[in-house]
Structures are given as structure tokens and as C-alpha cells.
Design a protein around this ligand. Structure first.
Ligand code: 13P
Ligand code: SF4
Length: 436
């Protein structure tokens, strides 16, 4: 039995040709209908989040891409790639829709894609099918003469947007006032900033400048260990759940992990609570992973005795605790590949990856913990139409000169510090899964 892509399934549900439900009727509307005008996250998991003022929006996609069929777009992408040869490399995150991901030269989680960025120094253009912070990271790690292209500028990340440089700087100043800046007898400074990869380059720069580091979901334990060797405490942003789940798995008690709300003095904590803190957690979260619940796990266990439940560490702590294991997207993919045939898996992560794993592993039964189809709204902004558009622009032809569209460039004032924080992460010991 072939499993249709998420894009196809959404279309089939909207016409009544298949059963099922989606979190928004707008999911069937092509992403270019949301381009231009006021920026917004678009339909899907993040639609309830407030997008910050000044977020990029994507201009109009030319009509020839909006009206082309899926087959035509696919053929145009293949032809443009052939014409461009080694001068272009396409990177794709696991959460991209299949219609885009099938054209990627490298597919992976955010850590692997950061590494892949450095694997093709010969390519003049790196087309990043992912979200904005991933494209920024690619720009930081790639050569100065390589252009990084994000096919749809509206592909941001609502979690990354939950921490901005001004609020984090303000938090840091309050913590410095409270803790001072002197190292203890073993040389550990009062606090080390750790930013999740899912953050702006400005925050990575902040970490680089203040003795801190970047982590991804595949190396968060390694990175926290690195930070505790150098600091008495950690300020972890923007994802409270990854921070809490990782630190808890390392033995940090919950009452030593206060949460920082930037709208309140001392983040809503007392000085004593902050004094006793080992990890100060920013109050951000992922709207995709927040949808998973303990009730869904209980339902899966009662309907599928023996089911293996694996969730992403961006899920709330109670969900991670109730699951059999937790880990990055790559961890999930590898755990499924390594299981004996006939295993049933309930997976708590983005639907495009779960659906693809189910299609790739007919020897197992694999389903998403959340029965409602609700993709990451920003990953879903990249449609094959945009990929064809940026690739054909690189080829040029006729009257049209070759053109780099939607280039992502990190400003020089943050790039050097951000690279320091990323290099610290890349040279930390090999990744360890969270809670596995
Ligand atoms: P990974 O690091 O597991 O690829 O996760 C990226 C992401 O955005 C998860 O929401
Ligand atoms: Fe951001 Fe969540 Fe989407 Fe990942 S899944 S890109 S954290 S909104």
C-alpha cells in the first residue's frame, strides 16, 4: 500500500475523498495566498502564535509557478538542477513536504544540515529547504563566496521568534547584577548562555560573545555538560521544554529550573529562586510539539498493546516522561530503522516526517500520536513552486540574467560571535540523544 504525502492527504481530506481531519481548513490553500501583505505564520500549528513586528514576508510568486501542476514543477526542478550541476546544493530538513524533499541532495536534522553546509565548498549556491534560522546558520558556516537561499522568506520559526536579542540582553543584565561576574574557586563563571539552534543569529552571536554555545536537540546533553564544566548555571533559550527535559535527564532537580518570563521583573522569580537555579529556562515553546499529550500516549498504549512511543524533546516534560524514548528527528528515524520488523510505533513529532517514515518502513506500523493533521506552518510555507522559482532564477536564460533570489545574509556585526558559538558546538563531543 502506498502512503500519500501530507500535501496530497490534506487535499483528499478537503474534497471528502478520504477521512481524517486537519487543524485548519486553510491548509489546502497554496502558501502563496499568504504571501505579501501583513506577515503571518500561515495555516498549521503556529497559526495561534503572535508574529513579531518586522518579520519578513515573501513577495508574490510569479504566476507561471502558481498555476503549474505538481508534475510540471517537479520536471522543472529536475531540469534546473541538471543545468546547474555542482554549482548548487539543495539541503532539506526532515519536516519539509515530500514534494520538496525529493529534490534535496542532503536530508537531515538541524545538526546534520549544519554539517552538510560545509561539505560542498564548491557549490556557489546553497538552497536551504528548511526555516530561516537554519538558512542563517548555513550562511555562517559556509564560504564567503557561497550564497544561501531560502525559497520562501516567510518560512520562519515561531519558537525562535519567542526570544529576541533585546529581551535576552535585559535578562542577562539582571542576572549579572544578581550573580556578579566573578568565577568561583574552580574557575566556573556564574552563568553560561546556551541557545538552541532554533534562534536568530543575533542570539547565537550573544552566546559567542558571552562565553556560551549553541545546541541542537541531538547534542543538548553534550552541550549542557560543556556549559556546566565552565559555569555554575545555564541560561537556556528559547525552548523551555528541550532545556527542562535535557537537564532533568542529567539529574537537575525541577525546583532548580525556574522559568524566565521577560515581561516580569527578575523573569517572575525571587532572587532566592534564581540564586538556587542551575538552569534558568526561557519561556519559549514549539507549537507543533506542544500539541502532543499524555492522553494521546495512553490512547495509543490501550489501542496498540506493545506500541513503542518515541517523541521529540521539544514536547512537554510529562509527554517525554510518558514516552518510551525521546530524541531528535534523526534519533527517531534511526530508532525505527533499527527495530525488528513488525514493531508498532507512535511518534510525537512533525507530521511530514512521521508520514514519510511510515512510507519508508512498510515492515512496521507507524502513526502520529496526534490524529489531527497539523504540519509546522512555517516549514509548510516552502512549496515546490518556490523551489522551482529560485532554481530557475539561478539558471537564467533568454533575456533573463542568472539571479540569486531570497539570499539570507547574517550581518557582519553578529556573524563573528555567532560563528564562535557554533564552532564550540561542532567541536563538542559527539551528539548524545536526550532521555534515550
Ligand atoms: P531537529 O534538530 O531534531 O532537526 O529539530 C529541528 C526542529 O525545528 C524541531 O522542531
Ligand atoms: Fe520551529 Fe517548531 Fe516548526 Fe521546528 S517544528 S521549525 S521549532 S515551529
Amino acid at each position: 500500500m502506498t502512503i500519500p504525502s501530507v500535501e496530497t492527504t490534506i487535499r483528499l481530506i478537503s474534497t471528502g475523498a478520504t477521512s481524517g481531519s486537519t487543524c485548519s481548513p486553510d491548509l489546502v490553500t497554496p502558501p502563496w495566498e499568504f504571501d505579501g501583505g501583513t506577515p503571518g505564520y500561515g495555516p498549521g500549528s503556529s497559526m495561534g502564535d503572535v508574529i513579531p513586528a518586522g518579520s519578513p514576508s515573501q513577495g508574490a510568486l510569479p504566476e507561471r509557478y502558481r498555476t503549474a501542476s505538481a508534475e510540471e514543477l517537479s520536471a522543472r526542478i529536475v531540469e534546473a538542477k541538471r543545468a546547474l550541476g555542482d554549482s548548487v546544493v539543495i539541503l532539506g530538513h526532515f519536516y519539509q513536504r515530500d514534494e520538496v524533499l525529493r529534490h534535496a541532495d542532503f536530508v537531515g536534522d538541524s545538526y546534520q544540515l549544519a554539517q552538510a553546509t560545509q561539505s560542498r565548498p564548491d557549490a556557489a549556491a546553497i538552497v536551504f529547504c528548511g526555516v530561516h534560522f537554519m538558512a542563517e546558520t548555513a550562511d555562517l558556516l559556509s564560504g564567503a563566496d557561497q550564497a544561501v537561499i531560502l525559497p520562501n522568506l516567510a518560512a520562519g520559526c515561531s519558537m525562535a521568534d519567542m526570544a529576541d536579542i533585546d529581551s535576552v540582553t535585559e535578562c542577562w543584565e539582571q542576572l549579572e547584577e544578581l550573580y556578579g561576574t566573578d568565577a568561583d574557586a574552580s574557575g566556573r563563571v556564574p552563568v553560561i548562555p546556551v541557545t538552541y539552534m532554533n534562534s536568530s543569529a543575533a542570539l547565537k552571536g550573544f552566546c559567542g560573545e558571552h562565553g556560551g554555545i549553541v545546541c541542537t536537540s541531538s547534542n543538548a546533553q553534550t552541550v549542557l555538560k560543556w556549559a556546566f564544566e565552565r559555569g555554575q548555571r545555564v541560561l537556556f533559550f528559547p525552548d523551555q521544554h528541550l532545556g527542562r527535559n535535557t537537564a532533568k535527564a542529567m539529574g537537575v532537580p525541577l525546583d532548580a529550573m525556574p522559568m524566565w518570563n521577560p515581561n516580569k521583573p527578575l523573569g517572575g522569580n525571587t532572587a532566592d529562586e534564581l540564586d538556587a537555579a542551575q538552569v534558568v529556562l526561557w519561556h519559549g515553546f514549539c507549537s507543533v510539539h506542544r500539541r502532543f499529550t499524555v492522553a494521546q500516549i495512553e490512547a495509543a498504549r490501550s489501542e496498540h498493546p506493545g506500541v513503542q512511543v518515541i517523541v521529540h524533546p521539544e514536547c512537554p516534560m510529562a509527554v517525554v516522561d510518558a514516552a518510551d524514548s525521546a530524541g531528535s528527528t534523526d534519533f527517531i528515524a534511526k530508532a525505527i530503522a533499527a527495530a525488528p520488523a513488525g514493531t508498532t510505533f507512535a511518534i510525537g513529532t512533525e507530521i511530514n516526517l512521521v508520514n514519510r517514515l511510515a512510507a519508508q518502513h512498510p515492515e512496521h506500523e507507524i502513526f502520529c500520536l496526534d490524529p489531527v493533521i497539523c504540519p509546522c506552518s512555517t516549514m509548510y510555507r516552502i512549496h515546490a513552486g518556490y523551489l522551482a522559482w529560485v532554481l530557475e532564477a539561478l539558471v537564467g536564460g533568454g533575456e533573463q540574467p542568472a539571479q540569486v533570489l531570497n539570499q539570507i545574509t547574517v550581518s557582519a556585526d553578529v556573524a563573528d560571535h555567532a560563528r564562535v558559538a557554533l564552532e564550540r558546538m561542532l567541536s563538542a563531543r559527539p551528539p548524545l540523544p536526550v532521555g534515550a
